[in-house]
Ligand binder design. Structure first.
Ligand code: GAP
Length: 447
């Protein structure tokens, strides 16, 4: 039996177990959108909370913000996104399909043949392809009832501009000293030409990023410091270091604002691909906003008694890709002694949707169900817990293994007499009897 993880297996597990559903499914779906289900949203929120704790709360040099998704269009003109946030796109004049030029060359849409020196369409085989044209990936909408250039606004494609636009407000209210950061987690939108690979490339996603404002003298040292911190984050996600690669982006290939970028790539089932990144954005953004807004966005260095435009290091993390990598890494198919196979997500417990699942051994004995309900209610204030009395115990274990619940707790006849329960460990499948009054502390030490 092939126990290797394929994307089909993962997509199917995610759908079957309430982790991720196709977007707008009952209407045939909407390309590049996915919905997080009751289990997936918990996992996603756990990653968000851990990120905020690690990069904001556990530090004394970071402030968080939550800026609006809709911003004045001048922001995107100043940042260079109106002119530069583009992908090259090729159209087939025959079948009218549209392709991202680099993805076409990589064979992502199927085989491209060269016929009489011309590339062929991977869908219909015609050689009537247009030259690559630049396509802006920002979604547009209009403020108010009139749809004209005055009312045009964009859905933000990154959070970063919120941090630059609010830079002065944060300086004036929090009085931070360099180096310091402004962090944000929020939804961003990109009209990707080729969404795909499940939630890897989607048209709306959550981005967790911060701008770390520095004196440019120290940029190289601080760049290295952030690389180390990023690796701590990757360890939190439970990722194997062997599957991670630092891709130094060469001159000429970096985003328009960056002097150095490292894409941190992960070995997904569909290839080694960008998981997160760090860029040295220099003073590009603040300078652009100073010029376009006419506002003073400088920082006063008291020690040197001089004003400067701080430079910026920007670590950026796609939340959906973080969860995807964690799911890929933790997905295991194990052969059991009885010949059956179990699928188990060996997720770091901090990411698991539920830390414990509580089962009454049988669902038709009032005493047992009542005791199980009591245990469930006792555990719930300590950590997210789910009650499951559906089907036999074997099926319930299988369900919880498949969503990565680290501990299953069964209330049986002995519980009523002795006041202890069976605790089953997801990874080892070993079972222990634990007293009810010691249960919460026992689980806490394990997660
Ligand atoms: N502010 C910098 C910035 O936005 P980026 O490399 O364009 O940089 C940051 O995007 C991160 O967002 C990527 O490292 C990746 O994790 C995630 N990301 C980018 N495009 C995505 C997409 N279409 N779907 C899901 N995640 C995406």
């Amino acid at each position: 039996m092939n126990t290797e993880l394929t994307m089909d297996k993962l997509v199917s597990l995610c759908k079957r177990r309430g982790i991720i559903f196709p977007g707008s499914e009952i209407y045939g779906g909407l390309a590049g959108t996915w919905d997080y289900g009751p289990v997936g949203v918990e996992m996603k929120n756990n990653i968000k909370a851990a990120w905020w704790k690690m990069f904001v709360h556990d530090r004394s040099d970071m402030h968080g913000i939550d800026s609006a998704i809709l911003m004045n269009s001048k922001v995107w003109e100043a940042s260079g996104h109106v002119s530069g946030f583009t992908d090259p796109m090729v159209d087939c004049k025959n079948c009218k399909n549209r392709f991202r030029a680099d993805h076409l060359d990589e064979g992502k849409y199927g085989e491209v043949k060269i016929i009489d020196g011309k590339k062929s369409c991977p869908v219909c085989g015609s050689t009537e392809l247009t030259e690559p044209r630049l396509f802006n990936m920002m979604f547009r909408t209009y403020i108010g009832p009139v749809q004209d250039t005055e009312s045009l606004v964009y859905l933000r494609p990154e959070n970063a501009q919120g941090m630059f636009v609010d830079f002065k407000n944060v300086l004036d209210t929090m009085h931070p000293k360099l180096p310091f950061g402004i962090a944000q987690i929020g939804r961003v939108f990109r009209n990707e030409v080729t969404p795909g690979d499940f939630v890897f490339r989607v048209r709306e996603f959550d981005l967790m990023e911060f701008e770390y404002f520095i004196d440019p003298k120290n940029w190289e040292e601080l760049f290295e410091m952030w690389m180390k911190e990023i690796y701590k984050w990757l360890a939190f996600l439970g990722l194997d270091k062997e599957k991670i690669y630092n891709h130094e982006i060469p001159d000429g290939e970096r985003a328009h604002y960056s002097k150095r970028t490292i894409d941190i790539e992960y070995q997904f089932p569909f290839g080694m691909k960008e998981l997160c990144a760090i860029a040295y954005r220099t003073d590009y953004d603040l300078k652009c906003h100073i010029e376009k807004s006419g506002k003073d966005l400088t920082y006063f260095d008291e020690k040197a008694s001089e004003r400067l435009v701080p430079h910026v290091l920007e670590p950026t993390f796609g939340l959906d890709r973080a969860l995807l990598a964690s799911l890929v890494e933790s997905y295991k198919e194990e052969q059991l002694e009885n010949g059956e196979t179990r699928i188990v997500l060996k997720l770091p417990p901090k990411i698991s949707a539920y830390k414990t699942a509580v089962f009454p051994l049988v669902s038709n004995k009032e005493d047992i169900v009542n005791k199980a309900t009591e245990v469930y209610k006792m555990l719930k204030p300590h950590f997210n817990t789910i009650f499951d009395d559906n089907g036999n115990i074997g099926k319930r274990y299988r369900r919880q293994d498949e969503i990565g619940t680290p501990f299953c707790i069964t209330i049986d006849y002995d519980t009523l007499e002795k006041g202890d329960v069976t605790v089953r460990d997801r990874d080892t499948m070993k079972q222990e009897r634990i007293k009810i009054e010691e249960l919460a502390d026992y689980i806490k030490t394990k997660i």
